[in-house]
Ligand binder design. Structure first.
Ligand SMILES: *[C@@H]1O[C@H](CO)[C@@H](O)[C@H](O)[C@H]1NC(C)=O
Ligand SMILES: *[C@@H]1O[C@H](CO)[C@@H](O)[C@H](O)[C@H]1NC(C)=O
Ligand SMILES: *[C@@H]1O[C@H](CO)[C@@H](O)[C@H](O)[C@H]1NC(C)=O
Ligand SMILES: *[C@@H]1O[C@H](CO)[C@@H](O)[C@H](O)[C@H]1NC(C)=O
Ligand SMILES: *[C@@H]1O[C@H](CO)[C@@H](O)[C@H](O)[C@H]1NC(C)=O
Ligand SMILES: *[C@@H]1O[C@H](CO)[C@@H](O)[C@H](O)[C@H]1NC(C)=O
Ligand SMILES: *[C@@H]1O[C@H](CO)[C@@H](O)[C@H](O)[C@H]1NC(C)=O
Length: 397
């Protein structure tokens, strides 16, 4: 008889179930790919008989119910993709028996309960994606045993408790996304040992305490998102060592203190978002002199003070500048009006005054907000003309 070793029916518009599928003729199958069809119903436990499988891809279908525990019999499996189905069991701890797994994707199902600690037996695992489920355990410290991981995505679950310090054993990890969970406690300083990280997102959790100074050891980091937490330290000066950063978001925390001058080393930064914190102190010219690539500079809702330095006019890539709701004082630097790429400028709720240049040629005047400053009446009238605000300022007083 002809032996079938591979079945690839991906994206064939098949409407079917596997419930009555006879696996007997296919016991030597090494690759089984049904992804991107309309399969529904359960994944039958008989799948565990396909003991030679190295690839099983049932992703992007309508399978529902449990991940069968018999999956643990597939000890040759290297690639398992069940993403984008309606699986609603917990993750069976037997998955830890699939010790050859390098790629495991269970994302976008309705899986609940624990991430089993047996996951630590998957020493070959490089890619683990459990995002968009209802997992509600803590992150097992055994995950730190998966030392070949390069990609780890647990975003959009209900994970709670602390980020285990064992995460620091993941020296190959490049991508770590834990955002949109309920993680609390402080960020473990061991994270600084993950020296291959380029992408780190811990946003929208309940993290508190310090940004650890060990973050400065992440010299490859390009994307750092810690927004929407309860971090309440100052920014450690070591953050300035992360000179590859292009995206830094610390928005909506309780961070305080002055910005360390070391941040001037972030000469690749394009998106710098620090708004809704408790930062104080001036925006020193030397601080921003190297931010020449910055396009989005969002510092609103803090307690910054002092003058807006004229050097801001050298940040010629600025698209979006928001300094509103601070205590900036003195005159608005005329250099600001020379920024050619700016689309949105908000200086409202400060103590600023003029003068303004003769001609302001701004592409979107409705996106300039100069309201609630310390203008003289003449300046207030000019600022109204610049922005075409709906009501002219009162000229009686
Ligand atoms: C599986 O392979 C073995 C050894 O090559 C062979 O004897 C057996 O008939 C095959 N079974 C199936 C179902 O193809
Ligand atoms: C496969 O597995 C099921 C359940 O695990 C078992 O009942 C059955 O005998 C096995 N053999 C075949 C050929 O399906
Ligand atoms: C899981 O899905 C199955 C099949 O859709 C359903 O019968 C079962 O009630 C669900 N279980 C839970 C815990 O939601
Ligand atoms: C996790 O969710 C399940 C199902 O909703 C629930 O029974 C269990 O108590 C939850 N566990 C925790 C630790 O919250
Ligand atoms: C930060 O928050 C922690 C935990 O809520 C608290 O113990 C600590 O005193 C706070 N530190 C600062 C500097 O406010
Ligand atoms: C400018 O900022 C203030 C305060 O942060 C905000 O209320 C206002 O809507 C902003 N203006 C524009 C035009 O976005
Ligand atoms: C407002 O402007 C006046 C001069 O026009 C100045 O004396 C005063 O200090 C300014 N107030 C603040 C809070 O900057």
């Amino acid at each position: 008889s002809t032996q079938v070793s591979q079945i690839d029916l991906s994206y064939f518009d098949i409407y079917a179930t596997l419930t009555h599928f006879n696996f007997t003729p296919f016991l030597n199958l090494t690759q089984f790919n049904l992804s991107g069809n309309y399969f529904e119903g359960p994944i039958p436990s008989a799948i565990g008989n396909l003991s030679k499988l190295t690839t099983l891809d049932l992703g992007h279908n309508f399978f529902s119910g449990e991940i069968p525990v018999e999956i643990g019999m597939l000890t040759e499996l290297k690639y398992l993709d069940l993403r984008e189905n309606s699986l609603n069991s917990s993750i069976p701890s037997e998955l830890g028996l699939c010790t050859n797994l390098a790629y495991l994707d269970l994302a976008s199902n309705s899986l609940e309960g624990k991430i089993p600690s047996s996951i630590g037996q998957l020493k070959e695992l490089q890619y683990l994606d459990l995002r968009e489920n209802s997992l509600n355990s803590s992150i097992p410290s055994e995950l730190g045993l998966c030392t070949n991981l390069t990609y780890l995505n647990l975003t959009s679950n209900h994970l709670e408790g602390k980020i285990p310090p064992s995460i620091g054993q993941l020296r190959e990890l490049q991508y770590l996304d834990l955002h949109m969970n309920s993680l609390d406690s402080s960020i473990p300083s061991e994270l600084g040992l993950c020296s291959s990280l380029t992408y780190l997102a811990l946003a929208s959790n309940h993290l508190e305490g310090k940004i650890p100074s060990s973050i400065g050891q992440l010299g490859e980091l390009r994307h750092l998102d810690l927004q929407n937490n309860s971090l309440n330290s100052s920014i450690p000066s070591e953050l300035g060592l992360c000179t590859n950063l292009t995206y830094l978001a610390l928005t909506s925390n309780k961070l305080s203190g002055e910005l360390p001058l070391s941040l001037s080393n972030l000469n690749n930064i394009t998106h710098l978002s620090l708004f809704a914190n408790r930062f104080t102190g001036p925006l020193l010219p030397s601080l921003l002199s190297n931010w020449t690539k910055v396009a989005h500079l969002l510092l609103q809702h803090n307690s910054f003070s002092g003058n807006i330095p004229p050097e801001i006019g050298r940040l010629s890539n600025l698209i979006d500048l928001d300094l509103s709701r601070n205590q900036f004082s003195g005159s608005i630097p005329l250099t600001l009006w020379k920024l050619r790429n700016i689309l949105s400028l908000n200086l409202s709720y400060n103590n600023l005054n003029g003068p303004f240049p003769e001609n302001i040629d701004f592409p979107f005047p409705e996106n300039i907000d100069l309201s609630n400053n310390n203008f003289t009446q003449a300046e207030a009238f000019l600022s109204w003309k610049i922005t075409f605000a709906s009501a002219p300022p009162s000229l009686t007083s």
